[in-house]
Design a protein around this ligand. Structure first.
Ligand code: 5AD
Ligand code: SF4
Length: 438
């Protein structure tokens, strides 16, 4: 049979990026190869995000524009997966008549048969959840390769039900993957040349709570660190309330564990944290950061912050600003609150004007810019260890990241890709650093 071509469009978080990789592997089993443009494709798959309304609206926009492509090529198949697919299910097929199939976040493994049905003219939708760790066994084994860094899924789903968040509804209950399978995948990755792994999940530091064969996150990190060839370990995303003592201890003696943690705080106001159902107070959060800094003085902390949560007053907002300065974040990803279907916060009265919300967002950006500037300026003149990941945008340059996750560009040969280097930082470029090898 002639090989067919699929083009995958991926939106949203790292989990979707990782799912898209699995989709490629699954479709290879029915002779589809991945291509970089719609124009070459027989099948387009849109892997969607619904964490905020804007992300969702963008997907509908993209699906609409594909109508034009379908006019030119009526045989083109279009499938939708990811969080919007999970949320809307078969309703999407009704809303968008030119869609061929819809698959939810736990249904990737059904794709080969769904594509075959689509080829035969049958439209399908599959969105059932699989609530145990058998979900992880439904994909072809990772076959090695692909770069210097690699994200490895260790758990999926979330049971936290933060009041603003749609993730528990579209990704399902929290389930951890068996430790032996994770270690096997990382061994294979190391053998294929991967030097840095990011342990991936919605809430990685509660790894092992359900599924995973009784393993715990700190133990997993320690076992990953024993794998020869792996030079660096990162993880994403962790929840402040699950930042356990054993995990903190890893920062004391696991050298491969990078000096960076993304620990989303969401708000600096205790009143808002409570309404968000985050399960910690401002002072408990700060105490954990201080403990981490005492164990690993060079650790860089990044965060997510939501502005304009229902009822957020200017005082509440000031608390977010002051917390940002107190922690001294290296980066924050800030968002205007977006009401999401099914979530508790969507029922709360929201009295803050749109203008005020975007004003607050601007103030967060400005403060973060100055925090990042002062932090990065301190690096100028120092030599930092960088894992070289690839060739830079400028001729003759290579780039990589520091242990603290700051990007550094510097002149050097592509033969250095995959090695650790210690360029001296010569300039702070705000979004990155410029270095030179001595
Ligand atoms: N509105 C705005 N931001 C949100 N996030 C999650 N849900 C919402 C929402 N309804 C943000 C949180 C989370 C990040 C991935 O997205 O800050 O940490
Ligand atoms: Fe959403 Fe909260 Fe779960 Fe993160 S921890 S995915 S914000 S519900």
């Amino acid at each position: 049979m002639q090989q067919k071509k699929v083009h995958i469009m991926t939106f949203g978080c790292q989990m979707n990026v990782s799912d898209s990789e699995k989709i490629v592997a699954l479709l290879r089993t029915i002779d589809y190869e991945s291509v970089p443009s719609i124009a070459e494709a027989d099948l387009v798959i849109v892997n969607t995000c619904s964490v905020r309304a804007k992300a969702e609206e963008r997907i509908y926009g993209i699906l609409l524009t594909m109508k034009g492509e379908l006019k030119r090529r009526p045989n083109l198949l279009i499938g939708v997966g990811g969080c919007v697919a999970q949320q809307e299910g078969a309703r999407l097929l009704q809303k968008i008549p030119h869609l061929s199939f819809v698959f939810g976040t736990h249904n990737l493994h059904l794709l080969p048969q769904m594509v075959r049905q689509a080829e035969a003219g049958k439209r399908t939708s599959e969105t059932a959840f699989i609530d145990d760790d058998s979900r992880f066994d439904l994909f072809p084994d990772y076959d090695g390769g692909s770069g210097i860094t690699r994200a490895v899924t260790i758990m999926q789903g979330c049971d936290n039900y933060c009041s603003y968040c749609i993730v528990p509804y579209v990704r399902g209950r929290e389930v951890s993957r068996q430790k032996a399978d994770i270690l096997e995948e990382i061994r294979k990755a190391a053998a294929a040349g991967v030097k840095e792994v990011t342990l991936l999940g919605q809430n990685v530091n509660s790894y092992g709570t359900r599924g995973g064969g009784g393993a715990d996150f700190a133990g997993l990190i320690r076992d990953v660190a024993k794998i020869a060839g792996i030079k660096r370990i990162r993880f994403m995303t962790s929840h402040p309330k699950d930042m356990s003592a054993p995990l903190m201890e890893c920062y004391a003696d696991v050298e491969k564990l990078c000096s960076h943690i993304h620990l989303p705080v969401q708000s600096g106001s205790n009143r808002i944290l409570e309404l968000m159902n985050r399960g910690y107070t401002r002072s408990a959060y700060i105490a954990k950061i201080e403990q981490l800094k005492s164990i690993r003085p060079d650790i860089l902390v990044t965060s997510d912050i939501i502005v304009g949560f229902p009822g957020e007053t200017d005082e509440d907002f000031q608390e977010s600003l002051s917390l940002m300065s107190e922690v001294g974040y290296a980066d924050t990803y800030s968002f205007v609150y977006s009401p999401r279907p099914e979530t508790k916060a969507a029922t709360l009265p929201d009295t803050t004007s749109k203008v005020e919300k975007s004003e607050r967002l601007k103030r967060l950006f400005a403060l973060q810019k100055s925090l990042t500037r002062s932090l990065q300026s301190d690096y100028v003149g120092r030599c930092l260890e960088v894992l070289v990941e690839g060739v830079g945008k400028k001729e003759g340059q290579i780039y990589g990241r520091t242990s603290g996750n700051r990007t550094v560009n510097f002149s050097g040969s592509s033969a250095l890709i995959g090695t650790l280097q210690r360029p001296r930082i010569i300039k702070n470029l705000q979004n990155s650093l410029l270095g030179e090898l001595e």
